[in-house]
Ligand binder design. Structure first.
Ligand code: WTA
Length: 647
């Protein structure tokens, strides 16, 4: 609880600057409060009005059908998301406005206007059709941060294929499991991706994955690095060859508001990632409205969200929401410290970035690299900053505010999840005063609450579980192929109420302070990892008998992964094995899951019913004395032995 206490002592408060306020979409706390009240008193009327801002090919009959915990929004309505992101703007003066500005890691750049992007999307939609993809099919996307990734997503949306983007840092095994779960028919990839000057062999990973993923019939490969890659005749195709032959005309398919737009796999508390399913109308509405009001986006902005498209932030706030608003979205391919630690600031200056949305873990890295790097560049184009992914410590917030924002840019600390689809708790930068470390107040239509273990609201200042009491338009609809798991994971703990898995407090001003996960999910460098996934990976190694993985506080990454491992009988301990186990996890999941520390132990602390006592392991990993109840511990001596075993 030490981190939470320090956050709670935070008493600085930053009012929206008056120049910002005057030009903002929402200009005062009173305006926010009035709209918020209406949005929760009459949610259907509120969302129905907001939905008028989208283009529908058929109007909805009912705004919400709530059959707990299954929601349908804009029932009977039809629309197409790519049409809302592209055709709508091409019919206006925005036709020749930059939709996507991109910079590759080597420094190459590309600009696609709305007109260009629409043509590319139509052509790729025709490519997919020619490969036999029809409405309802799943398409895997395993790509670097290049414009073709956005084109592939929008092309799927155009024809009603459901995409499943897999982060390019995931291993072949992780890709295979996701493609099998989704039963994808096509994978879109690239020969490789640039990362810190090296090449990540995406195509080779796809080849390895496909040895065990029989549903995939075709692979489309973008030529990015020019590396030689093996080609499987009949299955593999070059993107540029297929595109050359494809027509730039492709009508947008009118889709039901509840048509599944994408499946995104995310970590949960069991070994198997969950396929979070998002649909079309409600998702687009909440993503685009939050974009407009939270990032206060205007036509003049050059907006940069640094997330990879492999995460939900990249889906909602790199691709769909900015384009739905007719904004200019900026995309960068590579690492923040390549070739030097000023790469982000060089980009801000070069492209005149006005709104920057990044993660606390990145900000902590910048703090560590030193102020001299941002100081080398003119950052005066920036007018608004944002963060997402984990709680931001007040010191990092202050650094972001003064060194990057020059003291003049509001910071929007946005809380949301893969499951929520769009931002849920956040400041509106012209209306809500910020406190470093707090996500402040709920967005319109969102009713969060902090409750105790019985589901009763706790008083201000008290910690508890963060829940959402009412359905919201961009909520997940189910877990792909497993509705029971959807019910079990999110709606069972507090019946009829959505459980976020996060702990939180609400202060006397009604501001939310997120305390982090309360389940077996940990947040490493802003990425969600299920400890069970890492444990299953470890146990799949022939020498491992049992493993327990916990998080320990880490200055840079937020949390670091510590694995307690029991070896099979008769296996000798050695340093080589430690390294081998770490690499084994990288192979099974990807580098983001590499344990920071492996501790060998003869046994793990368990309750009498055989449950591993992770709370104790967390204390040990953090070097804390074990406090609290250990009476259910099966073999107390295990604890003492674990403590002695240091890496
Ligand atoms: C955490 C990312 C504190 C939280 C959009 C949540 C945050 C998980 C914040 C979701 C924030 C996200 N402050 N914690 N502003 N934003 N989180 O699914 O624990 O990758 O449950 O979605 O990140 O991570 P996910």
């Amino acid at each position: 609880m030490a981190d939470i206490e320090s956050v709670l002592k935070e008493s600085r408060i930053f009012e929206p600057p008056s120049t910002f306020r005057q030009a903002a979409h929402v200009k005062s706390l009173e305006e926010y409060r009035a709209l918020y009240r209406r949005s929760v008193d009459e949610p259907e009327a509120f969302w129905g009005e907001q939905a008028e801002s989208l283009r529908w090919s058929k109007r909805w009959e009912r705004v919400l059908e709530w059959d707990p915990p299954f929601a349908s929004w804009f029932v009977g309505g039809c629309l197409n998301l790519s049409e809302n992101c592209l055709d709508r703007h091409v019919a206006t003066w925005r036709k020749n406005k930059a939709a996507l500005v991109w910079e590759g890691e080597p420094g190459d750049t590309r600009v696609l206007t709305y007109h260009d992007l629409l043509r590319e999307v139509c052509r790729f939609a025709n490519v997919l059709k020619a490969l036999g993809v029809v409405k309802g099919d799943r398409v895997g996307i395993y790509m670097p941060m290049i414009p073709e990734a956005a084109v592939a997503m929008l092309a799927c949306a155009r024809i009603g294929a459901t995409h499943s983007v897999v982060f390019g840092g995931f291993s072949a095994e992780a890709l295979r499991d996701r493609m099998n779960d989704a039963q994808a028919r096509v994978i879109v990839t690239a020969d490789g991706a640039y990362r810190r000057g090296a090449v990540v062999p995406l195509k080779a990973n796809v080849d390895a994955a496909l040895a065990g993923a029989p549903s995939v019939e075709n692979v489309v490969v973008v030529r990015r690095t020019g590396e030689e890659v093996p080609f499987h005749a009949g299955r593999d195709h070059w993107w540029h060859e297929l595109m050359e032959a494809a027509s730039a005309q492709c009508p947008a398919e009118p889709l039901d508001a509840e048509h599944p737009l994408f499946i995104l796999y995310t970590s949960g508390t069991t070994g198997r990632p969950k396929g979070v399913v998002h649909t079309t109308g409600g998702y687009l509405l909440q993503a685009s409205l939050t974009m407009k009001l939270v990032f206060d986006v205007k036509d003049e902005d050059t907006y940069w969200c640094t997330a990879d498209i492999g995460w939900v932030t990249g889906h909602s706030y790199v691709v769909y929401a900015p384009l739905a608003n007719g904004a200019t979205t900026f995309m960068y391919e590579g690492a923040p410290n390549h070739p030097e630690p000023d790469r982000f600031w060089r980009i801000v200056e070069r492209h005149g970035i006005t709104v920057l949305y990044t993660a606390p873990t990145a900000i902590r890295a910048f703090v560590r690299w030193g102020e001299q790097w941002p100081r080398k560049h003119d950052l005066t184009s920036l007018r608004l900053l944002g963060t997402v992914g984990e709680p931001i410590n007040p010191e990092a917030w202050m650094w972001y505010h003064s060194v990057i924002g020059g003291g003049r840019c509001p910071i929007v600390d946005t809380w949301w999840q893969t499951e929520t689809g769009a931002i849920m708790i956040t400041p509106l930068p012209g209306a809500i005063a910020t406190k470093p470390g707090s996500g402040t107040l709920p967005f319109f239509g969102v009713e969060p609450e902090v409750v105790d273990k019985d589901g009763h609201a706790v008083p201000p200042g008290a910690g508890g579980y963060l829940v959402i009491k009412k359905p919201w338009p961009s909520m997940l609809r189910t877990v792909y192929g497993d509705p029971e798991r959807y019910v079990e994971t999110y709606w069972k703990r507090f019946p009829g109420i959505y459980f976020t898995g996060d702990g939180a407090r609400r202060d006397a001003d009604g501001y939310f302070w997120i305390m982090g996960r309360v389940d077996d999910v940990i947040n490493v460098a802003g990425h969600r990892l299920g400890t069970m996934e890492v444990e299953s990976a470890l146990v799949s190694h022939p020498r491992v008998a049992e493993a327990a993985v916990v998080g320990r506080p880490d200055e840079l990454k937020g949390q670091a992964l510590v694995a307690f491992v029991t070896l099979q009988a008769g296996i000798a301990l050695n340093e080589g094995l430690r390294a081998e186990l770490k690499e084994h996890v990288v192979k099974e999941i990807g580098a983001i899951a590499r344990p920071d520390e492996i501790r060998f132990s003869e046994a793990l602390p368990k309750t009498r019913s055989g449950k591993i006592m992770r709370r104790l392991l967390r204390d040990i990993a953090a070097g804390r004395d074990t406090i609290g109840d250990t009476t259910t511990l099966e073999d107390y001596s295990v604890l003492a032995r674990l403590r002695e075993e240091e890496e």
